[in-house]
Design a protein around this ligand. Sequence first.
Ligand code: UDX
Length: 452
Amino acid sequence: MRVAIIGTGYVGLTTCVAMAYLNHEVVGVDVDPKKLEALRRGKSPIHEPGIQKLLDQVGENVCFTDKLADAIANADIIMIAVGTPPKRDGDADASYVEEAARQVAQGLQPKRTYTLVVKSTVPIGTNRRVANVITRALSERQVKTKIHLASNPEFLQEGLALRGTFYPDRIVVGVEESEGVEALRRLYRPILEQTFEPPSFLPRREGYSLPPLITTDPTSAEMIKYAANTFLTLKISFINEIAGLCEKVGADVTEVSRGIGLDTRIGQRFLEAGLGWGGSCFPKDTAALLSVAGEYGYTMQIVQAAREVNWRQRQLIVEKLQSALKILRGRTIGILGLTFKPNTDDVREAPAMDIIRALIGRGAHVQAHDPIAIPHARKLLKGLDVAFEEDVYRLADGADALVLVTGWETYHSLDLAELGKRMNNRVLVDGRNFFVPDDAHAAGFVYMGVGR
Ligand code: UDX
């Protein structure tokens, strides 16, 4: 099929290369000249495992342009995957989605059939607004063409985006007309039936079963996305709240997590206690859900509580450091990891950013390491006195404590004894329960995890 994808961020670009890999003819549209320049050279502008390899592989099946009208004119499927940044009131800003829809409406050709898919995570009801934009524009242009509007939320995790695209748990399609469902079924057929040859670096997991296509109305599809993300935040905040009590009673939250997660009704994933959730989705989507609820005077207490618990987790670090070092003013604290989770260069809403600000606010000197995200963090923390360290061992030089914020795989091979030798005080606050406490003790550290 001919597919036009508007927006080449994490979601858009992943979808572009995956659809091209499945032998669809894909055009990616973006307004950012820098991104386009990179993409035209065949270079991925984002750090996402596997994307570069697929870009190298898909060749002519994908191209990139800033000419939206040209890109969509002959497309069977048009996907909107532009950003929906948070507004001041917490609601997600759908103006880029609506602007994209307006431009799409100007480029639609007469007497054709299109399926227009909203992939961005949008405030509930956006689908209807997009429908109005299109209908009005077509009537002004006096153009008659068939357009099926669908909401097709993605559930991609950064760092695992291609895995989530090729081997999803389910595909959700919210669309009123059956022709729209059929168009998307055709688009996703290779995934729904798993008929494609897996990329060499991304084999199909043994026991993976065919993903169901959930067809529903657009509003329910929009809600599914918010409810899914919010439920995951509840799980994490729940285990973090349990972790707090574990510390008081002397239990180990990692054991508790395993013990409850093996109950299949609960499930093991997203039960890792630590500094809590960040990133471009969870904080924004929970805020947006609360904002929608607020429009109806409806209070979502559990969601509010999950956000509060999440905020408290970040403050925990300062408390733990204070309990170990007493005074933070004048102390040197080394931060291990700046991204909101490993395997991404994304520092948006990353706990490390708040923790660094809080430590500096208390008069500490902060030095920070990350395997890939230093340039991004530098931008976000501009004006703050942070010493970024490319060499993780030098991070320990003269430090009074190390704080692990992001569990990068490479940190597993750290020589803790060597780090300890370089420090003033051997204090290790493990914000992700990443290290084996006995290893840290053996290297002479005072070790503090979260809930253990
Ligand atoms: C999330 C959703 O998982 C995805 O379905 C949606 O499409 C976008 O939002 P992402 O933001 O990439 O994806 O990150 P995710 O892997 O879900 O992690 C979110 C945050 O939760 C990270 O900061 C991570 O460190 C934290 N987390 C995750 C925990 O603290 N504990 C866990 O057990 C799992």
